[in-house]
Design a protein around this ligand. Structure first.
Ligand SMILES: [Fe+2]
Ligand SMILES: [Fe+2]
Length: 230
């Protein structure tokens, strides 16, 4: 997914993130502080009905570069970031499954974020519940997620960082200079997310929360045997 160069400094963006988040972060997180197991966070925002509606209109391979594995890793990263950034959990979770849901191809598709935002509007109130202010944030997060920018509410920034930290699958190591929040710039988190992305790992939540059957996950290697990077 293309990201345009961002000329502003990391320090400036980090400062912006702290200001926009109010008092949520008194000091930078300790290196490695966000890598540990996340709490048993089950989504209340991503319903079976929402997943069914997304799958119904998704035209690309379910296990493709921008498919289910990517969505699940984005969700896991988001769940690690949001306690530190103060982002809205419901928006971050919904972003994970909607932002790439309307891609027409796995390559250059600059309007897919805008289409994802439109899908969010169409499904809000039918396949998921979200208040008006949350829907505004979700629309912005989806519509602008490929712009390579950071000027946004901290919830939107957290969505974008969750997506950018899963660039390893495309051969790109996420750069702290292009991340929006201080929490996302943690070297331990970047390394953890990059290895998982390079391996195209399938998070447990795909089966345990989304309950996607094994029959729809062909070629997925058992986690215990999945020790080799590629
Ligand atoms: Fe995307
Ligand atoms: Fe994405």
């Amino acid at each position: 997914m293309p990201m345009e160069p961002d000329s502003s400094s990391r320090a400036s963006r980090a400062s912006t993130a702290v200001r926009s988040a109010g008092e949520w972060l008194k000091e930078p997180p300790r290196p490695g502080a966000v890598v540990g197991p996340v709490s048993d966070a089950r989504s209340s925002a991503i319903t079976p009905g929402l997943l069914a509606a997304i799958f119904e209109q998704y035209t690309l391979p379910l296990l493709g570069l921008h498919g289910v594995r990517h969505w699940a890793r984005v969700l896991e990263i988001g769940r690690r970031l949001l306690p530190l950034t103060g982002a809205r959990a419901d928006v971050v979770e919904l972003f994970s499954v909607l932002h790439d849901a309307c891609r027409h191809n796995e390559n250059h598709d600059p309007r897919h974020g805008a289409r994802g935002a439109l899908l969010a509007v169409a499904l809000c109130g039918r396949a998921f519940e979200l208040d008006a202010s949350g829907l505004v944030l979700l629309q912005e997060a989806c519509a602008r997620h490929t712009d390579g920018r950071c000027d946004a509410d901290v919830t939107v920034q957290t969505c974008w960082d969750s997506d950018r930290l899963d660039l390893g699958r495309a051969g790109i190591r996420p750069s702290a200079r292009k991340l929006c929040t201080m929490a996302a710039c943690d070297p331990g988190l970047i390394a953890w997310a990059t290895v998982r992305s390079q391996r195209d790992e399938t998070p447990d939540l795909v089966r345990e929360e989304w309950e996607i059957p094994e029959s729809l996950l062909p070629g997925v290697r058992p986690r215990d045997n999945d020790q080799e990077g590629r």
